[in-house]
Design a protein around this ligand. Sequence first.
Ligand SMILES: Nc1ncnc2c1ncn2[C@@H]1O[C@H](COP(=O)(O)OP(=O)(O)OP(=O)(O)O)[C@@H](O)[C@H]1O
Length: 243
Amino acid sequence: MKLLVVSGLSKHFGGLCAVRDLGFEVAAGSIHAIIGPNGAGKTSLFNLLTGFLPADSGSVRLAGTELLGRRPHAIARLGLARSFQLARPFVGLTALESLMLPLGLPGRCAGVAQQRARAGEWLDTLGLSHKADAPSESLNQGELRLLDIGRALAAAPRLLLLDEPFSGLGAQAVRRVAQCLRDRREAGHTTLIIEHRLRELMPLIDRALVLNFGARLAEGTPQAIAANLQVIEAYLGRQGTLA
Ligand SMILES: Nc1ncnc2c1ncn2[C@@H]1O[C@H](COP(=O)(O)OP(=O)(O)OP(=O)(O)O)[C@@H](O)[C@H]1O
């Protein structure tokens, strides 16, 4: 079953075409990557999917429901959560309290004690237990990124969008996040992930969509993508290898 179906999606910024007549599908229960060189349009695509940017044209359907034209909070209510390329603190809240927010939404935890317990479990899973009572604004960028990912994970979305979740993280933290995504897949949940760290990304994903200049360059299994000469060429100068 296809959870997400995107077709004819376009976005211009003045004369610049950031996303060009893009179409792709994401299977339910999969981990699907969006990769491509800097400026390829990956974050713009996430902003279109989540209602942070209005599209010029196209369609984005989540389990058959059209998302284009809806506000970000309405899209979140339909079961979509995202993390951000630049993670920001919830000023005035501790790390634990930051993770209690999504757990306090209707239909989630029964009461504050349960929210607190579940938020503590997420902190533990992400290796942040020692920061539970620290003000979120005192966390460093790597810790903030983990907290932002934890907030999106704790929302238990049907579709999770992660924007460069491994950026700035050490090997152990990357392994923890990757395991969370494998656990989501095991439970039948779906993840769309933008990431430049291909060495860590490729073993994790089911499929990847490669963007270049806002358009689809290739789409397929990690093995097919790694062997695609056009894709390798688009990356040369940046990394030169896809494995
Ligand atoms: N709000 C905006 N106004 C004008 N141009 C923008 C805006 N947002 C993005 N762009 C431009 O659109 C293009 C795509 O940018 P985008 O951030 O989506 O790329 P990206 O693939 O996410 O890049 P990176 O890997 O560096 O994060 C770039 O040329 C960028 O400069």
